[in-house]
Design a protein around this ligand. Structure first.
Ligand SMILES: NC(=O)c1ccc[n+]([C@@H]2O[C@H](COP(=O)([O-])OP(=O)(O)OC[C@H]3O[C@@H](n4cnc5c(N)ncnc54)[C@H](OP(=O)(O)O)[C@@H]3O)[C@@H](O)[C@H]2O)c1
Length: 274
């Protein structure tokens, strides 16, 4: 478990991304997949908690991920740190963006209803690219700050696609979600500046959306290689992995443990948890 910047929120070093619980089109994974049914999704969530994972990452743009989680987490929502987003929706074919204060506020209200909760732990502006360079002019940060003051969210930030957008968010926010893996290192300076300002850092695409796992022939397991690389960056709070396979999640948690706790018995971790 680690601090998410200075939000007061404690998160597991591996989080669970839930795109694949709600959306199978318009995604960039190496292979097609079927969205798990409720039984399989519940099994995945229970396994995640057994493994020590407490962070779930979702978004209105992830199909019905939010509403599924709202149903599946009834009775144990308090065991989780829920990160959702605002500003992007997906209509089944294309994304639509609205970063106006009214758009952000109504999006958060809708997420609260879908997730059947009175407070979201973190809400991130869901950047599609260019728009993030103007986040400080649209009033979206002010809208999030207002929601935080109202107690509807505990912390806010942005998931960005450019270094400039990331730097801008770091100056105004509690949390940023950045891309980092051995092939994509553009956000490294942002991780460093977030760390200096005690801004929480969530990492997306640490396994290159699954492409890194397909590499073979190296001396080290590709998951462990990627996670060792990411966790070598001191400001990282949690790596959000987007898996729907409980065994893969166990493998990822065990690899994170080996990366973070030298000398740990990896076999024990893969069976037992983090
Ligand atoms: N805000 C944004 O703009 C944004 C963008 C992208 C992602 N995200 C967030 O970040 C999360 C992670 O990103 P991501 O899903 O693109 O990429 P990722 O975590 O780098 O990779 C996920 C892929 O790796 C595979 N995988 C994971 N562990 C594995 C293992 N041990 N062995 C074999 N395959 C494994 C998964 O397949 P299986 O399901 O078969 O395990 C999945 O296809 C997302 O779920 C989402 O929550 C946010």
């Amino acid at each position: 478990m680690r601090d998410l910047g200075d939000t007061g929120i404690r998160v597991s070093s591996i989080g669970l991304g839930t795109v694949k619980l709600g959306r199978a089109v318009g995604v960039k994974y190496p292979a097609p997949f079927s969205i798990p049914d409720d039984e399989a999704a519940t099994h995945l969530l229970r396994r995640a908690r057994e493994l020590g994972v407490n962070l779930l990452d979702t978004a209105p743009a992830y199909g019905n991920s939010e509403s599924r989680l709202g149903t599946l987490l009834q009775g144990w929502r308090d065991e989780w740190v829920i990160v959702s987003k605002a500003g992007e929706t997906f209509d089944g074919e294309v994304s639509h963006f609205d970063f106006s204060p009214e758009g952000i506020t109504s999006s958060v209200e809708r997420s609260l209803a879908r997730l059947k909760t009175s407070c979201l732990d973190v809400v991130l502006l869901h950047s599609g690219g260019e728009a993030e360079l103007h986040f400080d002019e649209t009033g979206s940060f002010e809208a999030l700050a207002h929601l935080k003051a109202q107690g509807k969210i505990r912390a806010f930030g942005a998931s960005t696609k450019t270094l400039r957008g990331a730097q801008l968010a770091i100056d105004r926010c509690d949390v940023v979600m950045l891309t980092l893996n051995p092939q994509e290192r553009n956000d490294e300076p942002a991780i460093e500046s977030a760390s200096k300002k005690s801004v929480g850092v969530l990492i997306k695409k640490a396994l290159q959306s699954g492409h890194a796992v397909q590499e073979s022939g190296g001396a080290m397991d590709p998951v462990e290689r990627s996670l060792r690389f990411v966790f070598a960056h001191a400001g990282v709070s949690s790596v959000v992995v987007g898996t729907i396979d409980p065994d893969h999640l166990a493998h990822d948690v065990a690899a994170a443990h080996r990366a973070l706790v030298p000398g740990e018995d990896s076999q024990t971790q893969e069976k037992g948890g983090a």
